[in-house]
Write a protein that binds this ligand. Sequence first.
Ligand SMILES: Nc1nc2c(c(=O)[nH]1)N[C@H]1C(S)=C(S)[C@@H](COP(=O)(O)OP(=O)(O)OC[C@H]3O[C@@H](n4cnc5c(=O)[nH]c(N)nc54)[C@H](O)[C@@H]3O)O[C@H]1N2
Ligand SMILES: Nc1nc2c(c(=O)[nH]1)N[C@H]1C(S)=C(S)[C@@H](COP(=O)(O)OP(=O)(O)OC[C@H]3O[C@@H](n4cnc5c(=O)[nH]c(N)nc54)[C@H](O)[C@@H]3O)O[C@H]1N2
Ligand SMILES: [Mo]
Length: 738
Amino acid sequence: MKRLRSGGGWAAILYTLRMANRVGWWQLWRAMRSKNACKTCALGMGGQAGGMRNEAGHWPEVCKKSLQAMVADMQRGLEPAFFAKYSLAQLRTLSPRELEWCGRLTTPLYAGPDDTHYRVVDWNFAFDRLTRQFHQTKPEQHFFYASGRSSTEAGFLLQLFARLWGTNYVNNCSYYCHQASGVGLGQALGTGTATVTLDDVEKTDCFLLLGGNPASNHPRLMRTLMMIRRNGGEVIVINPMREVGLVNFRVPSDVRSLLFGSPIASLYVQPHIGGDIALLTGVAKELLERGAVDRTFIENATEGFNEFQDRVRRFSWDQLTLAAGVDRATMAQLADRYARARSAVFGWTMGITHHEHGVENVRAIVNLALLRGMVGRPRAGLLPIRGHSNVQAMGSVGVMPSLRQELFDNLQHHLGCELPRSPGLDTMGCMQAAAAGRLRSALCLGGNLYGANPDSQFAQQALEQLDLITYLSTTLNTGHVWGRARETLVLPVLARDEEPQPTTQESMFNYVRLSDGGPRRLPGPLSEVEILTTLADRVLGSSGPVNWNEMSKLCHVREMIARIVPGWQRLAEIDRTRREFTISGRILHTPRFATPTGKAHFAALELPSHPLGERELLLMTVRSEGQFNTVVYEEEDIYRGQERRDVILMNRADIERLGLHPDQRVTVRSATGVMPNILVRPFEVRAGNAVMYFPEANVLVARQVDPQSKTPAFKSVRITIEAVESSTRRSLPVLAAG
Ligand SMILES: Nc1nc2c(c(=O)[nH]1)N[C@H]1C(S)=C(S)[C@@H](COP(=O)(O)OP(=O)(O)OC[C@H]3O[C@@H](n4cnc5c(=O)[nH]c(N)nc54)[C@H](O)[C@@H]3O)O[C@H]1N2
Ligand SMILES: Nc1nc2c(c(=O)[nH]1)N[C@H]1C(S)=C(S)[C@@H](COP(=O)(O)OP(=O)(O)OC[C@H]3O[C@@H](n4cnc5c(=O)[nH]c(N)nc54)[C@H](O)[C@@H]3O)O[C@H]1N2
Ligand SMILES: [Mo]
């Protein structure tokens, strides 16, 4: 497959045309223009400004990802005959892509212990079974998981139901995503989210992008990065792998960029996987040696500087360059550019959080920002680049195992009753408890807990221990066939733009958007909120602290959120004014922080170490251009020039050193699992490191988590590679959908 020389551009536009052919031009155009927040990443497009418009009002912002998601939601419905025809065993042979393109779920499905096929059931059966489960189990035998695509209102009601029922076993996909950012920022600044607005990012002098590939995963950020360069600013990329779209990108909505391409990175630094703390400490050491630090800011607005400085001085240059995999000259170059910048924004993604030292990684970024006073003023600050389109709201409204004190107090006060104070459980904590037989059932509001989980075999076995697992989903995914309990319920839900009532979403810039919803495309699915309020009414009744019938009107849910969630007061008026807003108290344009002393904290950090054996490599598991998490839309990854997913990308030097050759079939092993028949592909990744695609590679990822954020180390898996003599191709039977 041909390697592209820049990201975006014509490939993205051609893709749009192909997708439009699939579902009809007029339908797709109308869907993309509706007043609904974009369904994919958390940059937050659309809402009342209309689809394809960003927070700065720029139009048209087109993105392949939103098209893929939209076209997937516009598929025809799965007929009951499909489930009579194909057994669970046959469905298990389908790839994530094949499952996604089977069609939309339209009827509740049920499979019991002796069933060979999913049975189509009616809603009454589903609610009866679920209600019985709640009545037969104790509160702490049940856990709740939410992905980040659901509405804020559904998330709020999910945790409200769980807490009134009596458990804190409530969590969301951020435990496998940005939790380390929330924890790290909380420790350092007393906040858990971005300190900047989109406008700050667009006007900054210097954007440092660590551990992310926005060309694929946040394409609309690429326009902003292009503009920073056009205005004479710097974009510094820190990534072990050379991502072509971060070198050059053709922004489809900009004619000049589309025709000629836009340079993105002004400096591209490739550390080892896990080498960021060493690299950032090296840059800090350089700045300290030059005296290029903001003394006034450090004195007035921070704490812990002396200890930090001592720690940095203690490391030798050899220690730092070896651990980072970056030489001193490059560190100095990075320091030069950062020292020159009058303002700087640090943005990061999963390359930073998916480690056992994820929180320390985040603290290292904050340290560097504090050193030059780059937090707490306009055009400068910190930006965790969030994944799911509404994952940030899940945290804001309490889909978490432990509530912030203020939220907990407000909630109790508002409800006028005692809520459970027993410790909650994070996502891996729940999986471990399930595996140990301590839990009986689970309710998943979207997502694919099986597919997202490290150690796939363990995940399957853990979920099998449960009596009942219930998935609220739009389409089929691997979780429905591999992540089953003794009994499984799959409940079809409406997508955001089919909701009968408006819903809200929160962007990574703390901006709350209003989505209008729209007409249903298919008969059958219910809204997430209708399912949750019906269930809560059946289990808890409506005579207690919450009248669930009333809660099925979303304006009532919003009034309650406005009263109890700090910073969300303006949500109370949004139904009347339709005015979207920035959550108060989050954006930091002055150097006062929400810590007890009002000061920001430096952290003295150790260097993580990954000593590798001679034949070992450190593996990261990443997304391709053609997928959204566990949902694979296309097999190919156009930016990385891969036409298939069963590959391992390696540095040429490692391929030679291990006596392998390109396109050779190998077996990849870790302490957790084995993946046979993988193709070796050369790639510009720092030697000693390798790359495979998530979710397939979750077979290899261990269950250990970062002790502070409980996030698995999806990006640092120790592996060995063995050549396979005769090549046997794995081929997947393809089933006809519908
Ligand atoms: N198209 C598409 N868009 C998406 C998603 C999707 O699956 N597909 N998923 C959404 C979600 S939930 C999320 S969280 C985001 C994820 O967005 P990203 O974080 O951009 O996604 P990953 O593919 O996990 O990419 C991680 C990047 O980190 C780099 N990296 C790996 N290890 C390290 C390291 O130790 N240090 C540094 N500095 N870099 C490292 C990799 O080379 C890779 O470029 O995207 C969101 N948007
Ligand atoms: N090895 C490895 N593992 C990883 C990662 C990695 O980089 N490497 N990344 C991790 C990250 S960052 C994340 S966020 C997790 C993702 O974990 P999850 O959020 O659990 O998984 P998704 O694949 O995003 O969930 C997709 C499913 O959501 C359902 N869905 C889509 N839209 C809606 C909707 O509007 N409502 C409802 N109710 N359902 C809907 C569809 O049925 C679809 O199949 O995976 C994590 N796992
Ligand atoms: Mo994520």
